[in-house]
Design a protein around this ligand. Sequence first.
Ligand code: NAI
Length: 267
Amino acid sequence: MGTYVITGSASGIGAATRTRLEAAGHQVVGVDLRDAEIIADLSTAEGRSDALAATLDAVTGGIDGLVTSAGVGPPFDAAKTLNINWFGTEVFLTGLHEALAANDAVTKVVAVSSNSTTCNPNVPAEVVDALLAMDEATAVAGVEGLGEPAACSAMAYACSKTAVARYVRRNAPTADWAGAGIRLNAIAPGATATPLLQSGLDDDTMGPLIRGFPVPTGDFGTPDQIAAWIEFMLGDAADFMAGALVFVDGGTDALVRADSWPVTFEM
Ligand code: NAI
């Protein structure tokens, strides 16, 4: 049985993933603000550094996989959204890389991104670039200059999730990752019934926007519907999978941007 680290293990998608992995007999090291093996606040640099150190201490016996699910969504503060969703993800992807590579077996990473990466228009590319360059000041200034707090928050969310997806696409096929026996992939959920989504639904500005967002299959997803895919992406079936961004969103991405992917290209 394996050992898996899950950030954001106390609620929603992370908790549902924990339930599945434990039911299958695996050991889970959870990282969260509460109800976790490692209590940590990923919104600050110090909190992230402490969380990584404690996690590395907890997995000295080896690690088989990582799921980065900790996150917040609009109307949460824009700067903190960037810190938790991007910097709080990057620190685990980068910080656990060596431990993942050290396993003789193929290890798996599932980064929780979002369909806001493709369904949210006008995401500022310069903010995404700043995040990937680890330039927090430029990224925060970029989102905080976008107008009303709700707009800043929603855009910070999309920027953070796009940076996560791009990190995965850039790194997954490299010698350091695929070549080192690590399968790095991302999942892009659509609206999923969790406390995070509820906080948006309860907001006067975000609520109507979320309810107006089309979900072709009908209802919001459930945390377990996303966790089932994450579990699959941690398993043997993903040995031949690297750099994928898997949309599990009731068809929203396909509806909004049917022809934008796949695209042909010339050489
Ligand atoms: P959730 O609110 O149920 O769970 C998020 C978890 O992250 C919570 O346990 C929370 O305590 C933890 N967390 C938040 N701030 C933290 C901090 N500063 N330090 C440490 N842990 C912190 O939300 P949900 O929906 O399960 O979210 C999981 C992931 O899925 C997030 O990354 C979210 O962006 C993503 N996602 C969610 C969607 C949805 O509609 N629910 C859609 C697309 C992506």
